[in-house]
Design a protein around this ligand. Structure first.
Ligand code: PGA
Length: 322
């Protein structure tokens, strides 16, 4: 049987997703390239691997059997790759990091410095939402994640490395700007632009409001922090975002943080990897770098001025309450 590793890898992904389109996206291939690999695989074994019913594809009997085998092979290939990365040490090799949309603002600076110290490493850096992050760990496509509090499961190891305050933002000429300790009830007259369902920021905001019996008028939903900030600047409503997304706007005075009762909502950023996964020397070094250096890559001066208090004060509050 003349089957290549590439054909096996493509087949494994199509079979896992039961979709040529998703497999192509995830493997960074075109759909015709995926179809061709599958066709060549089928020609090599002389049997069809998939059958099509309407718009859906299904594995044939031989497809099912080969899927079980190819999963084992894919896992072993991953282990071999891991071993090779390990042998390459920290000076060359590949680092795969996936981060939440909200984290990428400072994570890119962090990564920049890490790459300056390790100029020969290759980096795969993926920015996605919470659901996508957990999926990339499960699919073994990331060594490390930087994200909000992950689900508590024995399959993940997580460690917090930085405080993440969520704040209410307004245009600089907003009438509530400058008022101190604005009661939550005063927000009833405002409209809000909210993050999409599936965002960690949105989850926390909803939980926070529910615990306090507060309902906000949400006029719009947007799926990036960048869009929300621009919407707020344009006067479309108020927004609730991580202060780590705001450094440029606060520095230039394009946006203001409102001083609202019980705010900021205090969260933490976490470093996450699969429990039991042996991290390469490079991934271990990056994890250490994040642990010890992340705090130097956020502008604490701007943050403290906007919050009107020191970060040391915030540390006395309870972050990420259950
Ligand atoms: P997000 O941030 O809102 O961009 O998903 C991640 C998180 O806070 O969990």
């Amino acid at each position: 049987m003349n089957v290549t590793l590439k054909q096996l890898k493509v087949f494994e992904r199509v079979a896992r997703r039961l979709s040529f389109t998703r497999a192509a996206e995830e493997l960074y291939l075109t759909q015709p390239a995926v179809s061709m690999q599958i066709r060549q695989f089928e020609e090599a074994i002389g049997l069809p691997l998939f059958e099509r019913l309407g718009k859906k594809i299904y594995l044939t009997e031989v497809g099912e059997e080969l899927y079980k085998l190819s999963r084992n092979i894919a896992r072993q290939l991953d282990e071999a790759e891991q071993l090779i990365e390990e042998l390459k040490g920290t000076e060359t090799g590949r680092l795969r990091v996936s981060v939440a949309n909200t984290v990428h603002y400072f994570a890119i600076r962090l990564l920049g410095e890490f790459c300056r110290r390790h100029p020969k490493v290759r980096v795969q850096f993926k920015v996605t939402n919470r659901k996508g992050l957990l999926q990339s760990l499960e699919d073994n496509e990331a060594d490390l994640l930087l994200m909000g509090k992950p689900p508590e499961t024995p399959e993940l190891e997580a460690e917090s490395f930085l405080t993440n305050p969520l704040v209410i933002i307004a245009p600089p000429d907003h009438p509530l700007r400058g008022r101190i300790n604005i009661p939550l009830t005063a927000l009833a007259d405002e409209t809000f632009i909210m993050r999409e369902v599936g965002s960690g920021t949105r989850n926390s905001v909803e939980r926070f409001l529910e615990e306090r019996g507060v309902r906000l008028t949400v006029s719009m939903e947007m799926n990036t922090n960048g869009a929300i900030k621009q919407g707020v600047e344009e006067g479309l409503g108020l927004g609730i975002v991580s202060i780590h997304t705001l450094e440029r706007e606060l520095e230039s005075g394009r946006l203001a943080v409102l001083d609202v009762e019980s705010f900021p909502i205090l969260r933490q950023w976490f470093l996450v990897h699969r429990a039991g996964k042996r991290l390469s020397a490079l991934a271990t070094e990056f994890a250490d770098f994040v642990r010890h250096e992340a705090q130097h890559f956020v502008r604490n001066d701007i943050i403290e001025t906007a919050l009107g208090r020191s970060l040391a004060d915030l540390r006395n509050l309870d972050p990420d309450p259950p």
